[in-house]
Design a protein around this ligand. Structure first.
Ligand SMILES: [Zn+2]
Length: 243
């Protein structure tokens, strides 16, 4: 059976002499594994299928796997490769996406989030660390791992400064915060509200000070460790390079 899917390449492997297998996050079916015969020699534009690229794949399903018969590159996000720091953070984002996405799951929201995130990174005008924190926090929200930011889940008070623990169901006020909860200053609470509540179109339309950025990064990493797992190849690199 032949069909078309829109997908972003999140992982790639060599397969055979000239072939390639790619893991793709598709809008239509979540994560898919696609085989590209003659990926390195074909004249049909198959070489353009690389990490980060968003393509329309024409696929053929046979004997339990999917082969790509034609490809149209929608966006290569080539700008990501122009800056090493940007490339490292973008690779981390792909690793997280690969870890949390599933097959045969409607991938529409996460696909849109990833597409917008890579677009902003490729544009080269935003801080890659902030873009990555926004991606992870919104991803956690989309998967239901992060509670509300507006009101304290215990007493209902409006949150200005907040306190969080990774197992809590939202951001708590000072009175209701449990022992050991970590503090988020007003700027970080405002940014978190924007990241989790605004439309996908607007999530990157803000900037923060370096201090707030570090609060958001620590928050994103605490939740990532709890819900999205440890041992990311690129994360160790990010922390050791300190960028
Ligand atoms: Zn409270």
């Amino acid at each position: 059976m032949v069909s078309k899917v829109n997908g972003i390449v999140i992982k790639e492997f060599d397969a055979g002499e000239n072939g390639k297998r790619v893991i793709v996050l598709t809008r239509e079916h979540g994560k898919m594994s696609l085989f590209i015969r003659g990926a390195k020699t074909s004249k049909k534009g198959m070489q353009a299928v690389q990490l980060f690229s968003c393509c329309e794949f024409t696929i053929f399903e046979g004997r339990g796997f999917y082969s790509v018969t034609n490809v149209y590159v929608i966006e290569s996000f080539y700008g990501i490769r122009n800056d090493f720091k940007c490339l490292t953070y973008a690779s981390f984002i792909l690793e997280v996406t690969e870890r949390v996405s599933f097959e045969e799951l409607d991938g529409d929201r996460v696909f849109e989030l990833l597409f917008r995130t890579l677009s902003v990174l490729a544009g080269g005008k935003s801080k890659p660390r902030l873009v990555s924190a926004v991606f992870i926090l919104r991803l956690l929200k989309e998967y239901g791992f992060m509670g509300g930011v507006s009101c304290c889940p215990s007493c209902g008070a409006e949150i200005e400064e907040g306190f969080y623990t990774v197992w809590a169901d939202g951001i708590y006020c000072a009175k209701c915060a449990s022992e050991g909860a970590k503090k988020l200053d007003r700027g970080a609470v405002r940014a978190l509200r924007h990241i989790t509540e605004s439309s996908m179109k607007k999530i990157f339309a803000f900037d923060v000070s370096d201090v707030v950025l570090e609060e958001l990064w620590k928050l994103a990493m605490a939740y990532r460790k709890e819900y999205l797992g440890e041992k990311y190849n690129t994360l160790g690199y990010i922390e050791s390079m300190n960028f």
